[in-house]
Write a protein that binds this ligand. Structure first.
Ligand code: SAH
Length: 352
């Protein structure tokens, strides 16, 4: 029988299993603290647990660790990019950024992505599988252990579409914020989605306190469908309706992500459309100068993004250009993973 991935279990789930093994319930909290507070990922090192129980734990559970395949440190700022190898040989990327207020970490939620946004490097290789809650969590714990730091913010903006791995992402959110464990307030978490409308409604009901970021990238329905296939299923009016509901239900402002691309979405007309679409909505627009990817000729400059921000400002829309961090260590997200895949297929397989 496969061992149970204990880092994907909530405290009550561990309690129930321990009770089933004839153990005392409080032991679960001890184990949970070893994992989520002390960050000890070896049952043998859990010294206040009896040797007998440790043996039973090793038989029943596994601790799903990640391995650093590559680590790139920026010379221009303190951004660190990790390529983590998962147990099955797949890879995910994680980026640690340093701000004046502390560290923020950008984690992946899937291996690859199904959404097919045509400016995104992650889309090129297609979808492989969902990440388990433990695999999302360990991107954080692994990085914190490696750098000997604690992060103060998490963004679910790496590879994958978080709302397409909804159950595992929600479990990850419960685990990372558990009062008996890591205890990070969800106020310090942002979740970015390309706009899976039914899941935005579901998330709104939970009123988790996190910040929802919606990748908009165009206010023109036809254009958005060209660059983001998800828009063919959930059109802009439906998406905006869901966003309005989210704001009303949670009392939280939404961030709209907008990758500025020359000749695609940054004309005066685009500014008019975007301003008309967002007027009266409690939101912020985050402009990102598009990262170039090899497969596309899309480009822009910081200047063009700043000019577009000004256009929006004139129309009463609050917009800022996102700071670009770590631009010397790798271009668009997804690039690192694909390079590793390529190296490995050229070298005839990963070292396992
Ligand atoms: N699937 C989620 C989260 C992952 S992508 C989403 O779509 O929001 C994180 C952000 O990076 C999204 O806003 C995405 O649209 C943006 N992005 C992807 N490729 C980009 C590129 N080449 N340049 C700029 N932003 C990009």
């Amino acid at each position: 029988m496969d061992k149970i991935d204990i880092l994907s279990l909530e405290l009550d789930e561990i309690e129930n299993i321990l009770i089933g093994l004839g153990e005392k319930k409080f032991k679960a909290k001890q184990i949970f603290r070893w994992l989520h507070v002390r960050r000890v990922f070896d049952f043998d090192k859990m010294t206040d647990i009896s040797v007998q129980l440790r043996t039973a734990l090793k038989e029943k559970f596994c601790i799903n660790r990640l391995f650093v395949q590559k680590k790139l440190e920026s010379h221009t700022d303190n951004t660190v990019k990790y390529l983590y190898r998962l147990n099955d040989g797949n890879f995910v990327e994680t980026v640690l950024m340093e701000y004046s207020y502390g560290y923020s970490i950008c984690v992946s939620t899937q291996v690859g992505c199904k959404m097919g946004c045509n400016f995104c490097a992650s889309a090129v290789a297609g979808f492989v599988r969902n990440l388990q809650p433990s695999e999302i969590l360990m991107q954080i714990y692994g990085t914190e252990n490696d750098m000997n730091i604690r992060v103060s913010g998490i963004v679910l903006m790496g590879i994958g579409e978080p709302l397409d791995n909804y159950d595992n992402v929600l479990k990850f959110l419960r685990l990372v914020s558990d009062k008996d464990g890591n205890n990070l307030s969800l106020r310090h978490v942002s979740l970015s989605t390309c706009g899976i409308v039914p899941k935005i409604y579901e998330l709104a009901q939970l009123r988790l306190g996190l910040t929802l970021s919606v990748s908009l990238h165009s206010a023109d329905d036809m254009r958005r469908s060209e660059i983001m296939p998800v828009n063919r299923k959930y059109h802009i009016p439906e998406l905006i309706e869901a966003c309005r509901y989210y704001i009303q239900r949670t009392g939280r402002r939404i961030t709209f992500e907008y990758a500025v691309i020359d000749g695609v979405n940054s004309s005066e007309k685009d500014a008019d459309r975007l301003a008309a679409l967002l007027r009266g909505i409690n939101c912020h627009v985050n402009l990102i100068p598009v990262n170039r990817i090899r497969e596309r000729s899309y480009r822009t400059t910081r200047g063009a993004a700043a000019a577009f921000a000004k256009q929006l400002g004139k129309r009463g829309i609050n917009a800022t250009v996102r700071r670009t961090l770590g631009s010397d260590i790798e271009a668009a997200c997804g690039q690192l993973r694909r390079d590793a895949d390529k190296e490995i297929s050229e070298n005839g397989g990963a070292d396992k």
